[in-house]
Design a protein around this ligand. Structure first.
Ligand SMILES: [Fe+2]
Length: 259
């Protein structure tokens, strides 16, 4: 049900594996495409999302890195089962502390927004709910709103240039919990997801996602992560890897400082 642009969860995503224990205990979880049991309507939604990646704009903060991006935000009200797309200017900007990402200037980055019809796609909203329920943040009181960031990212490789993620090294994001869902992968090799514990030397995961809806969740406090560049596979001229990132941050009031 949609009231204005407010989305109430209708469908849930059936997954035969509960990621929650591993997310809580180890700080990451990898789910395979086959773990999700999609309805016919969800398969149709997935096709719409797959085609949508062809419309992404070039990332203005790395024009030579073969990256195409869109970014928007929602507010999730767990107690009402509501997901509210944010359409203000603020919703489109994405700021990471320079301590998390020193490959970009310390200012809010603005990306092309995700269109409303994609933000309200039933499979997308079901993924948001799945990801939240399988996050340690699910333990918070259900009355605490969550800011949800959603990024669509295409890494495109050509014969001359690999597609490169940013930052291209082990890092943390700053958001307490993030899920990565593969949507398309065609004509590329590489793109392995590296995840380590906080020693940065004990590798927990070194695997590429290969099939649509292969997914990885990470808990920022517990692990470091990195995505390796993608290269054109075989004799092809171009290839790409498309993912959706969904991140969650509790929204707490910030009192004024006396000055
Ligand atoms: Fe990251």
């Amino acid at each position: 049900m949609i009231r204005g642009n407010i989305k109430e969860f209708e469908n849930t995503l059936e997954c035969r594996v509960s990621a929650y224990p591993m997310m809580t205990d180890v700080g990451y979880c990898k789910l395979a495409s086959d773990d999700f049991n999609l309805t016919d309507a969800q398969k149709s939604d997935l096709s719409i999302i797959q085609r949508h990646f062809d419309t992404l704009a070039l990332d203005p903060y790395g024009e030579n890195a073969g990256r195409y991006r869109q970014h928007s935000k929602y507010v999730l009200l767990p107690c009402f089962n509501l997901l509210i797309p944010q359409s203000s200017e603020h919703a489109y900007s994405y700021k990471q502390d320079v301590g998390f990402n020193d490959e970009v200037v310390e200012e809010a980055r603005k990306f092309q927004p995700v269109p409303n019809e994609i933000l309200s796609n039933n499979l997308i909203t079901s993924l948001v709910l799945h990801d939240f329920k399988n996050s340690p943040l699910h333990e918070y009181a259900s009355t605490i709103p969550m800011e949800v960031g959603i990024h669509f990212i295409r890494m495109k490789a050509t014969v001359d240039a690999p597609g490169i993620s940013v930052p291209n090294r082990l890092h943390k994001d700053g958001e307490p919990c993030t899920w990565i869902h593969l949507i398309n992968r065609d004509g590329v090799s590489g793109g392995e997801n590296i995840i380590t514990d906080n020693t940065k030397t004990n590798i927990l995961c070194n695997e590429a996602m290969l099939k649509p809806l292969d997914s990885i969740g990470i808990v920022d406090d517990l692990v470091w992560h990195q995505v390796k560049p993608v290269h054109v596979d075989g004799h092809g001229k171009v290839g790409f890897r498309d993912v959706i990132l969904i991140d969650f941050t509790p929204m707490f009031a910030v009192p004024n400082n006396p000055s």
